[in-house]
Design a binder for this molecule. Structure first.
Ligand code: CP
Length: 291
């Protein structure tokens, strides 16, 4: 049995095979690969894209989905997360998808279940399915030619599990990842190339991945207002000029803070393509783990 806790759970060959399936699923039509399977979604943090994409992916594959309303679950009566999982597992689902604010929680559940666990985002640690759909979008855009491409991840990188997963995944496919952020959002240490402003590297990058400022994970106020942050970090028409750069964002986008209204309409911006690809990639992941 295989789980998906971080992208390193899949080899490069497995990811390329996964993408072959994702390409077949790209039209998002229904099939019956997972007829008779039941998948339980446990989202202890808010979600629009990941939760809906997992539900749609499962249903497109013919599986049934139970999305537990965690706010109304017996967690409010004092049940521990491990007991909640043990009880869900006792009902013999075919997979459990979980999002939680605690880093490492999905990985720690593996020994308590008899089905695949899929990490749908754990705190600031990892968001493997997002990174896989980001990679798929990049691979499709560059027609498989990812070797040597430069990717700038811009914004609140320190709080971002998307940055955490992509910085490990994209280099496995020959890409060079750097980060652009104000000092308060940078990684500590000098392990990564980090810049203060996108203008320092705009002429070198092939992909910009913009991130949301994750106020809910901050323990102090870094900016009086996000408009102040946006003056330096919002991606606008002026930032990109005529350059042929692929613009991505995992969502949710804070309009005119992360990316301007105009750039969100620009053909170089593939935010909604990422969302569609997110269903196809998750269909491929569910097929791989449950078939
Ligand atoms: N990208 C992403 O994880 O979005 P949601 O929080 O809406 O799931």
């Amino acid at each position: 049995m295989q789980h998906l806790i971080t992208t390193s759970d899949f080899s490069k060959e497995e990811i390329l095979e996964l993408f072959e399936d994702a390409r077949l699923f790209k039209d998002l039509t229904s099939n019956n690969y997972l007829n008779g399977k039941i998948i339980v979604n446990l989202f202890f943090e808010n979600s629009t894209r990941t939760r809906s994409a997992f539900e749609i992916a499962a249903k497109r594959l013919g599986a049934q989905v139970i999305s537990l309303d965690v706010g109304r679950s017996s967690r409010s009566k004092g049940e521990t997360i491990f007991d909640t999982i043990a009880n869900i597992n006792a009902m013999k689902p075919d997979a459990i998808t979980i999002r939680h604010s605690e880093c490492g929680l999905p990985g720690s559940l593996i020994e308590h279940v008899n089905c695949p666990i899929i990490n749908a985002g754990d705190g600031t640690h990892a968001h493997p399915t997002q990174a896989l759909l980001d990679l798929f979008t990049i691979v499709e855009h560059f027609k498989g030619e990812t070797e040597g491409k430069k990717v700038a991840i811009i914004g609140d990188v320190k709080s971002s599990r998307v940055a955490g997963s992509n910085r490990k995944l994209l280099p496995r496919f020959g890409m060079e990842v750097c980060f652009v952020a104000p000092d308060c959002f940078k990684y500590e240490g000098d392990e990564y190339k980090q810049y203060n402003h996108i203008s320092e590297i705009i002429d070198e990058v092939d992909v910009i991945m913009s991130l949301r400022t994750q106020l809910e994970r901050h323990h102090e106020v870094y900016f009086e207002s996000l408009n102040e942050y946006a003056k330096d970090y919002c991606i606008t028409e002026e930032t990109l000029g005529e350059r042929d750069i692929l613009l991505l964002h995992p969502g949710p986008v804070n309009r005119n803070i992360d990316i301007s209204d105009e750039m969100l309409k620009d053909p170089r911006c593939k935010v909604l393509e990422q969302v569609s690809n997110g269903v196809a990639v998750r269909m491929a992941i569910l097929k791989k783990l449950l078939s």
